[in-house]
Design a protein around this ligand. Structure first.
Ligand SMILES: Nc1ncnc2c1ncn2[C@@H]1O[C@H](COP(=O)(O)OP(=O)(O)O)[C@@H](O)[C@H]1O
Ligand SMILES: O=P(O)(O)OC[C@H](O)CO
Length: 495
């Protein structure tokens, strides 16, 4: 398909804000990116400054648009994708946040979640939302802000405050404070949204003590969300697509059929398996979530969420300082013929799926006098693959055995990692030509709503394989590696 029309995709991630202008073939024309500071005010707490989230998003969007306009491109629609679960509460009149954004990785509400679990509430939460009672999701973060910021609860009850995930906060600012809305995929990560009825759940709102007055309207992922205020980009542009970043990546990878699966390797790692138009409940602590909703059809997904993957590589660089850049990990890992018995469990912010242990902490096992940077680097990359295998094992125990895996995210430029992943999973791993699948997914959603694409079939034709990694490891070696990992996980868990 070729057309002069272009789509701006805004990708607000955990470590940076990005904007990409795509043509209708899904090829990027211009791109801008800004990293922003992480705030760690306390053990296990992670925050972002919402004003910085907005200012960096605006700056990169303006830059990508300006360069696209200079090339003669006409940007006709906008898609937004975002770090999910991260929670912002702001003043409905001024737009000022009442507290920093509490980031998805933040564990401050772990004890509150444990109390609710001990009181037997997890079953209801899972039945309605598909999630587990974990601090990862938005609900307990919203309650924390209302209970800990002076006057916030009273103001919320008076209807003066708005709650939103990052998409919602950006949409509010893009539309000049006119629209307070979100999409079903983001709503499905809040722990107060019924994924079957597609409505906010009154019982859960009461359980978490969140007044309904703070909630955004929930729309399909491809929908008319409103126009940008003229002063934002100089002329109004409709916002027509929104999805949480992992769902957007799955959409960008064109995982439209039941059974299609992708894994994204950025700060964390998130595996999403399309399960079709019915939500599927896992018996093995995977999450049930909404994959997308377009043209009134909901597609559900099973998700495995690993909190730390690329973040561990950042730690090697910025914390341990044993590498200067992430790309050095490839040569260091391949300099060893095996892992020398060293295992690293990167439970820096607890363990996610399938363990859900918010109190676990990271650990390294098997060190000897010979261990050095190469062993630690290799153990870090191997851990990403072993954690993915734990998710696949949980899926297999649920009776689901995917035939191949599509991968994306910042880490997948690392060929050694992808070969080890294919070997560990004993499965083909496919890397597409366009690795910015998250931004691409949001662009596709906006393009669908705008009428640039008539159907999912139109979009599917844009996916092209860049490289396939096929398993090539003797089963005995794989089994030996996995036995070592299983032991390391056992020793790390706190419950
Ligand atoms: N060649 C590489 N090998 C291993 N890890 C890498 C490589 N290049 C980038 N990374 C890691 O990928 C992550 C960035 O991926 P990205 O998808 O941009 O993250 P996010 O969207 O979560 O901000 C960083 O944590 C970085 O350490
Ligand atoms: O910003 P990312 O790419 O690390 O993604 C974060 C996830 O959406 C958290 O659930």
């Amino acid at each position: 398909m070729s057309d002069k029309k272009y789509i701006l995709s805004i990708d607000q991630g955990t470590t940076s804000s990005r904007a990409i202008v795509f043509d209708t073939n899904g090829i990027s024309l211009t791109k801008a990116q800004q990293e922003f500071p992480q705030i760690y005010p306390n053990d296990g707490w992670v925050e972002h400054d919402p004003e910085t989230i907005w200012s960096s998003t605006l700056a990169v969007s303006r830059e990508a648009l300006r360069e696209a306009n200079a090339k003669g491109a006409e940007v006709v629609t906008i898609g937004i994708t975002n770090q999910r679960e991260t929670t912002i509460v702001w003043d409905r009149v001024t737009g000022k946040p009442v507290y920093n954004a509490i980031v998805w990785q933040d564990r401050r509400t772990a004890d509150f979640c444990s109390e609710l679990k001990a009181a037997g509430h997890e079953e209801l939460v899972t039945a309605r939302t598909g999630l587990l009672l974990d601090p990862y999701f938005s609900a307990t973060k919203v309650a924390w802000i209302l209970d800990n910021v002076e006057g916030a609860r009273t103001r919320a009850e008076k209807g003066e405050l708005a709650f939103g995930t990052v998409d919602s906060f950006l949409l509010w600012h893009l539309t000049g404070g006119k629209v307070h809305a979100t999409d079903v995929t983001n709503a499905s990560r809040t722990m107060i949204f019924d994924i079957h009825k597609l409505t906010w759940d009154k019982e859960l709102l009461a359980l978490f003590n969140i007044p309904a007055s703070v909630l955004p309207e929930v729309k399909d992922s491809a929908a008319s969300f409103g126009q940008t205020a003229p002063e934002v980009f100089g002329y109004p542009i409709p916002v027509e697509g929104i999805a949480g970043d992992q769902q957007a990546a799955s959409f960008g990878q064109t995982c439209f059929e039941p059974g299609a699966i992708k894994s994204t390797y950025g700060t964390g790692c998130f595996v999403l398996l399309n399960t079709g138009d019915k939500p599927l409940a896992s018996k093995n602590r995977l999450l049930t979530t909404i994959g997308y909703r377009v043209k009134g059809q909901t597609s559900y997904a099973l998700e495995g969420a690993i909190f730390v993957s690329g973040a561990a590589v950042q730690w090697l660089r910025d914390g341990l300082k044993i590498i200067q850049s992430a790309s050095e990990t490839e040569a260091l890992a391949s300099s060893l013929s095996d892992n020398k018995g060293v295992y690293l469990v990167p439970a820096f912010t607890g363990l996610g799926a399938p363990y859900w242990d918010p109190h676990a902490r990271g650990a390294i096992f098997g060190l000897t006098r010979d261990s050095g940077p190469a062993e630690i680097v290799r153990a870090t990359l191997e851990a990403v693959c072993y954690q993915t295998r734990d998710l696949f094992q949980a899926m297999a125990d649920d009776g689901l055995t995917p035939k191949e895996l599509r991968v994306d995210g910042g880490m997948v430029t690392n060929d050694w990692l992808l070969q080890f992943l294919a070997d560990t999973l004993d499965l083909s791993v496919d890397r597409p030509e366009v690795s910015e699948t998250t931004a691409l997914g949001a662009a596709y959603l906006a393009g669908l709503q705008h009428g640039i694409y008539k159907s999912l079939e139109d979009i599917r034709q844009n996916w092209h394989l860049q490289k396939r990694f096929t398993p090539d490891m003797p089963a005995a070696v794989r089994d030996h590696n996995l036995a070592g990992w299983d032991l390391a996980i056992q020793r790390t868990r706190q419950k």
